[in-house]
Design a protein around this ligand. Sequence first.
Ligand code: SAH
Length: 406
Amino acid sequence: MEYNNRKQVDMIIKNKFIKSFNNNSTLIFKEALININKLNEEGMIVKLFNEDNHFVGKGFYGKQNKGYGWIVSRDEEAIIDSEFFYQKIKAAVEKREAYYKDETTTAFRIFNGEGDGFGGFTIDYFDGFYMITWYSVGIFSFKEDILTGLKKAVKCTGIYEKKRFDEQGKYVKANDFISGEEASKPLIIKENGANFAVYLNDGPMVGVFLDQRDVRKTIRDYYVKDKTVLNTFSYTGAFSVFAVLGGATKTTSVDLANRSRLKTREQFEINSINPDEQNIIVDDVFNYFKYARRKELTFDLVILDPPSFARSKKRTFSATKDYVDLLIDGISITKDNGIIVASTNNSNIDMKKFKQFIDRAFKDLKIPYKIRETFSLPDDFNVSKDFPNGDYLKVIFVQKLTRRSN
Ligand code: SAH
C-alpha cells in the first residue's frame, strides 16, 4: 500500500510481548513481530496490531541497535508529514524556553528522540545553529519533512547533521553542513558562563558533550576550590576547564588521542586560562595509572569518564567488564577524603548496577566510602517514562573515606 509516497505495512505483535506495548513502550523490537519479512524498506510506515487485530500504534521501520523502529502515534489515522514533525518539534522547543532565554548557556538539546515523541533522531542547538543526528536509515528518509518542520518551528542560522546509522551507530563520514550560513570554525558557545569551542563539521564529535553540563557545574561550584584534579578520558578537557574555573590548583588531563592536546589547550585559552600551567598528557589512561602509582602521585578529585567500549594498542576497555578495575585504579591514586567522579553512558549499566561496581571496588581495596551525589541526564535530554532505557547517563560523586573518618 502507498501512503504519502511511502510504503505502509501492517504488522502483528506476538501476544507474549503485547504487554510491553500496552505499557506504551515506544521501541518496536524484532522479537515482538510475527511477520517480520514484510519489513523490506527502511522508512516504511508500520501499523501495529495485536493478534486479535486491534490497533496498537503507528510508527516507522528503522534499524537501530536492537530496535526495528519506533511507535510515534497512537492514532491510526495520523499522517506523518512535515506538519507532524513541526508539532512535535514546536512542543519540544516550548519545553526548552528557559534554556533559550538563558544567555549564560547557548548550547543544549532541543529534541531528544523518543523523549520528545519521535525516536530515531535528536536535535542540538549551538548558538543559532542546529545539529540533527540520525540514528537509522529509516529516520533519515524523513529528512526533508523534518527540516521543513524544524525551520517552521525555529529560526535557524544554519543546519548541520551527523549520520550515525552505520552498523552499531557508528558515524558515517560526510560533509555535515546542510543549509543556511556556515558556522565559524570554531564556533564559541557558552555553558554556565564558560566558553567552549565547537566544530560542527569536523567528524563525529563536535568538541563537547552537552549531557554532562550539570556535572561540570557541580564540580566547578562545589568540589575543586584549592584542589588537584585528574581528568581521565579527557577528550577536549571540558571537565578540566570547569575545574580551573572553580579554583583548582592544578588539573591533569589524560587522553589517548593526539588531537586532545591542542583541543584542550584551545578550551583553556578561550577561557583565559594559561594552558602551560596545566598538565595535558597524551597517553593510555591505564599507562598513566601505573606511572602515577610509581611516582606516588595522588589527587583530591579524580574524574573517570570512559567510553562504553574502547580499543587501544595494548588493551580493550569494556565498561560492563572493566569498570570495577578502572575504579580500583582511580581510587588508588585519590587522596584520603578525596572524591571520585565516576561516569558511564552505557545503557546496559543502570544506576543500581553502577553503585554495585563502586561498592565492589571499595570493598576490594577495603576502603570505606560515601556516595555524595548522583546525576542522570539533564532536563533538556528529555527522557520518556515509556522508554527508561533512554536515560543512559549515570554519574556518581563518591568520597574515599579513611577508617578514622568513617
Ligand atoms: N570526558 C570527556 C569525554 C570522553 S570521550 C568529556 O567530558 O568531554 C572518550 C575519550 O576517551 C576519547 O577522547 C578517547 O580518545 C579517549 N580514550 C579511549 N580509550 C582511552 C584510553 N585507553 N586511554 C586514554 N583515553 C582513551
